[in-house]
Design a protein around this ligand. Structure first.
Ligand code: GZL
Length: 309
């Protein structure tokens, strides 16, 4: 009898030592760009590496899908919820439900606007205002402050589109020789970049000098339209964009895109480090910004071999 009790005590102790794996619900924006694919890969691969049970929901570009997924994560009683919010507003009700359920939330990639800071633990991602400024300041140096700009905006209502437009325009406004002639949304999609560029070429002919795209996928789509119109990017048109996906850095090395500002998507490890701290009840800094750099003809070719996305 005594040995049976001893055996049961040992098993119980062993069981206590083997911690239950963390379960994380991740509501991803969609699959609209190469950046998004790299971000999803980073989140899934790192969860796998750490033995985290990841419940992944693809929002397919619609906020209501993401909100539905978060409610489902709450019902399943996950340990933590991570959201890459497609747009900035409309999150308070579902975040209050997560708070009610005592499930911590981490916002990644895109920021949101809420009236109550306690509705999420922290944000992990890039500073889109800084990216917009870096792009504009590079353009001022490259053009001496002169030129007519066409802008391809990202998803309407999204933080990257709002902030990259706002910060870029604020710098451009300090240089009267630079003007933003037109600005339309290509929704961060390559097809959107091509379609919008075709429409802008119809409307403006070649009465422009610069294309500023809020992401590389739209810039690469726009390049197709520009070249189909018989214009030579890098010579007839300066194309600049944001993300620094490998294909865009290659286009910079080839002289077709003139500059791309990095927006690194590979932050799965950082997210799960923060999940572990937040689940353990630790306070973490509210805004966890990733460091981004800029690639143009001076450094693109050299960095290509080392790029991971
Ligand atoms: C930025 C991210 C943006 C990328 C686009 O962090 O939200 O969405 O710039 C992506 O490529 O579609």
């Amino acid at each position: 009898m005594r040995s049976l009790v001893t055996l049961l005590l040992v098993l119980a102790a062993a069981g206590a030592l083997v911690a239950k794996p963390l379960t994380v619900g991740f509501a991803q924006t969609g699959a609209e760009s190469a950046w998004r694919t790299a971000n999803t890969t980073s989140m899934k691969a790192e969860a796998e590496r750490r033995g985290i049970v990841l419940k992944f929901a693809d929002g397919q570009g619609r906020q209501e899908n993401q909100i539905r997924a978060v409610h489902s994560f709450i019902a399943q009683g996950v340990d933590a919820i991570v959201i890459a919010p497609i747009v900035e507003t409309g999150w308070e009700p579902v975040l209050r439900a997560a708070k009610q359920a005592g499930i911590p939330v981490i916002i990644t990639d895109r920021t949101i606007k809420v009236s109550d800071d306690s509705l999420y633990a922290c944000f992990v991602g890039s500073d889109f205002l800084q990216e917009g400024r870096m792009a504009a300041e590079w353009l001022v140096r490259r053009t001496g402050g002169k030129g007519r700009i066409l802008e391809l905006q990202g998803t309407p209502g999204s933080a990257p589109a709002n902030d990259r437009r706002k910060a870029f325009a604020e710098v451009i406004a300090q240089h009267p020789g630079l003007t933003i002639l037109d600005s339309q949304s290509g929704d961060f999609r390559r097809s959107g970049g091509k379609e919008v560029m075709e429409a802008l070429l119809k409307k403006h002919g070649h009465n422009f000098d610069i294309v500023y795209a809020h992401n590389d996928d739209m810039a690469l789509g726009a390049l197709q339209a520009i070249e189909e119109a018989g214009l030579k990017p890098g010579k007839d048109v300066i194309v600049l964009s944001i993300d620094a996906i490998r294909e865009a850095i290659q286009a910079v090395a080839d002289g077709r895109i003139s500059c791309t500002v990095e927006c690194n998507p590979l932050f799965g490890p950082k997210v799960y480090d923060l999940v572990a701290k937040v689940v353990a009840g630790q306070k973490v800094a509210r805004m966890q910004y990733n460091r981004d750099e800029l690639f143009d003809s001076t450094n693109a070719a050299a960095v290509l071999p080392s790029r991971q996305y």
